[in-house]
Design a protein around this ligand. Sequence first.
Ligand code: SF4
Length: 186
Amino acid sequence: MRIRRVVPPVVRQLAGDPLGLGRSAQSARSQQLTPRTRTADRVVQSICPYCAVGCGQKVYVKNEKIVQIEGDSNSPISRGRLCPKGAASENLVNSPMRETRVKYRAPGGTDWEFISLEQATDMIADRMIRTRDETWEEETDDGRPLKRTLGIHFLGGATLDSEENYLIKKFFTAAGALSIENQARI
Ligand code: SF4
């Protein structure tokens, strides 16, 4: 190792690494490192959750925890590439700042409070049923059927997948809503 450190990189390049992109450019420290991708138990193919491009990802799992996410070279869409946002996906999962509780701020309230998922779901259901009842339009003035509400709209996000978007579209259309938008279309 000591010999390696005193030999100039350009000389090391001549020993089988002409472009200087491999071992000749390695520091002694980086030589000691082992990538998380090599020590993972398994790799799961997935899709980047952020935008409608739908780049392929490889999710590396160790001890049932995600340890790294990288581009999937088998993806016909992205061929191994990820933009900086997609390349940072591992942080979406493992960040200590990730919010995993339901935050609620009451009308006129100045502070957030934490409520259970069950309570939040009940509150949303109550408001949706009430709004639908209050804004339901059964027919036009001259008696033609409408069966709709203009009081409920749905705006989706890029982390929804195709199956979720399909179910959301069916559900809200069945409820009589007209304005249904999902940002991602993978
Ligand atoms: S890696 Fe970037 S471009 Fe690709 S899907 Fe994710 S956010 Fe979109």
